[in-house]
Design a protein around this ligand. Structure first.
Ligand code: G3P
Ligand code: CA
Length: 281
């Protein structure tokens, strides 16, 4: 790993592999999670959606994204097809037939091309736990983002209460409650989670310039973490979070220079598509 100046004096931070490690492997897949573990992340960041038959699966988008998804026959998807392939309206067995890795992603030229699929959250956890054990690595933490998909008329599918219940059922079944944070841009998901399981860590994701106080007011409780876009992070913001006892973990930080700036400001973690930029802490 690259060792950047002065990092040895800093407390250890939480290195999070974004969508596993999107810069190097197809996003939100089992190969991406394994690669991230190989590169020494402490936390696997991932996005989840719910299929028509109420399976919790990994996907950032609520549809099959033509930028990197191919048909089961290996053909590229058109943008018109993409619009009709909404995950909340498809049974998981259908979703799983699509190839999300062979095409690659033009935005991430270092990403390895390999045939893979959108996995269930349960099998991702099984795989990561077994892989870490086999490699003699610490059991990973999981930072799971709820991506509640608006349907055509703008309603959410499923409603936040059902989404959170389905997600908690997987987390309970896998026994990883002590190593999970649930993150969301949507306060409705975090409120529901807090109501059901107040002890479970939550992260409020932020991509606006309203400031810490205004964003915290969107919640009826104090989240464990504040997770802003990295460009929003200033020294004052880090101090304000520290004063309130809230950890700050920015996303998605993809250059060594920006990682160094944030470490110097004293953030508690880094979410990156390139865990190979991890500094030697
Ligand atoms: O963890 C935060 C980050 O993942 C949010 O952005 O769009 O990549 O899910 P996005
Ligand atoms: Ca995410």
């Amino acid at each position: 790993f690259t060792t950047l100046g002065a990092s040895a004096q800093r407390p250890p931070i939480d290195w999070q592999g974004h969508r596993g490690c999107r810069g190097l492997m197809p996003e939100n897949t089992i190969p991406a999670m394994r690669k991230a573990l190989d590169l020494g992340v402490t936390t696997l960041e991932m996005d989840v959606v719910i299929s028509q038959d109420r399976q919790v699966l990994l996907s950032h988008d609520p549809y099959l994204n033509a930028d990197f998804v191919r048909t089961p026959q290996g053909q590229p998807l058109s943008k018109a097809q993409e619009k009709s392939l909404r995950l909340y309206a498809m049974p998981y067995a259908d979703i799983r037939r699509y190839d999300v890795g062979s095409q690659g992603n033009a935005k991430f030229p270092r990403q390895q091309k390999l045939r893979t699929y959108k996995p269930l959250l349960a099998e991702v956890i099984d795989s990561a736990e077994a892989y870490a054990k086999r490699k003699g690595r610490p059991a990973p933490r999981y930072n799971i983002e709820t991506k509640m998909a608006p349907t055509g008329d703008g309603t959410l599918h499923p409603a936040p209460a059902e989404f959170v219940q389905l997600l908690l059922a997987v987390i309970n079944a896998k026994g990883i409650q002590d190593r999970v944070t649930i993150q969301s841009f949507d306060p409705r998901a975090l409120e529901e989670l807090h109501r059901l399981r107040p002890a479970l860590p939550t992260a409020l994701l932020v991509d606006n310039t309203s400031g810490l106080a205004a964003n915290l007011q969107r919640l009826s409780f104090r989240p464990t973490l504040y997770s802003p876009h990295y460009r929003l992070v200033t020294s004052n913001l880090v101090k304000a979070c520290q004063q309130q006892g809230i950890k700050i973990v920015p996303w998605t930080v993809n250059t060594a220079a920006e990682i160094e700036r944030l470490l110097q400001l004293g953030v508690d973690g880094i979410i990156t598509d390139y865990p190979d930029l991890r500094t030697g802490q």
